[in-house]
Design a protein around this ligand. Structure first.
Ligand code: BDR
Ligand code: CA
Length: 319
């Protein structure tokens, strides 16, 4: 299995991602670190512990990290994820607390201890990762790669141009892209495409399968951003898609492209992806040190990925 550390801001779709990772035989979750984003830090930690408990993964250490971005003010996302971050889907208490170590300390220890390079899966604002890479630069060569949900080569969601995770802490994302570690960007170009059909989500929500039921409820959380009922169900698997891409890269089309993060003005938090480029070609105008190459996900077999998610979580014990 691929050894991973997950950095999350649980979060409806972070919850789906954690359940998928815990359930998939090709992934070994070494630890989970939490950061403020979709909800405040304390709520994120509590949600994460509960989700892991549901997945029978209560032995996985969970650490709390940055309560706010490096420079930007903390901002709420309760209009998307509900006041509790999980759209009101109540999960049983886990009966444990986060470990005493900080997120940075836990990541460093797990990375340095592990006999082979570790993959970081970042599904949230990248504050913890930036702090790790700046505080302990020696970890960089022990990291296989950083797979992050964030950014976009097209439209934004937090603003017209910026995706939420990068927009929430743009300086952190810039530090991570610049750290010399291979990165995989699972941005809105693919994030916005993978959904479970409503009929299947409804069926899961009322099934007798303990985990399937929660997955159905999470998918069914209506985002009341629109007055139009028919637009409310999205069923997006969101962050979970980035973890699917890790174990099933054949379902995703990646291109190695230069990426940079805008840090000022209206475009603050935008990832600019230079799509003029093609693999191996660096003789382009306007590329300087501010650009890092990332494997950018631009295409996805959405139905196959949604199917992979559902099949995998249903393999967890249903009683
Ligand atoms: C990202 O922001 C959060 O709402 C989701 O959990 C995802 O990580 C999408 O922009
Ligand atoms: Ca997230």
């Amino acid at each position: 299995p691929i050894p991973v550390i997950m950095d999350v801001d649980t979060g409806i779709d972070d919850a789906l991602a954690l359940l998928f990772a815990a359930a998939h035989p090709d992934i070994e979750v070494l630890g989970v670190t939490c950061v403020a984003g979709n909800a405040g830090l304390e709520q994120v930690v509590e949600n994460t512990l509960r989700v892991l408990h549901l997945a029978d993964a209560s032995d996985v250490p969970v650490a709390g990290g940055a309560p706010r971005p490096l420079l930007a003010p903390a901002r709420a996302a309760s209009h998307v994820h509900g006041a509790d971050g999980l759209g009101g889907v109540a999960l049983p208490a886990s009966g444990r607390d986060a470990v005493g170590e900080s997120a940075v300390a836990l990541m460093r220890r797990l990375i340095m201890q592990h006999p082979t390079p570790v993959t970081l899966v970042a599904l949230a604002p990248q504050t913890n990762l930036a702090l790790l890479l700046r505080t302990h630069p020696e970890v960089a060569e022990r990291i296989e790669r950083i797979v992050f949900m964030g950014g976009s080569a097209s439209v934004g969601n937090a603003t017209a141009l910026a995706e939420f995770n990068v927009w929430h802490d743009p300086e952190a994302a810039a530090i991570v892209l610049d750290a010399g570690v291979p990165t995989v960007m699972y941005g809105l170009d693919v994030f916005n495409r993978v959904a479970v059909p409503q009929a299947l989500a409804d069926e899961l929500a009322s099934s007798s399968h303990r985990v399937g039921r929660v997955v159905g409820q999470l998918l069914g959380h209506r985002v009341a951003l629109s007055e139009d009922e028919s637009l409310m169900y999205t069923g997006l698997i969101g962050d979970a898609g980035a973890v699917c891409a890790l174990v099933a890269p054949e379902l995703v089309r990646f291109e190695a492209l230069p990426v940079r993060v805008e840090l000022s003005g209206y475009s603050r938090g935008q990832t600019i992806v230079d799509r003029r480029a093609f693999a191996g070609e660096d003789r382009l105008h306007g590329l300087d040190d501010e650009w890092s190459r990332s494997q950018v996900a631009l295409g996805i077999d959405a139905d196959a990925v949604a199917d992979l998610l559902v099949r995998t979580v249903l393999a967890l014990p249903g009683e």
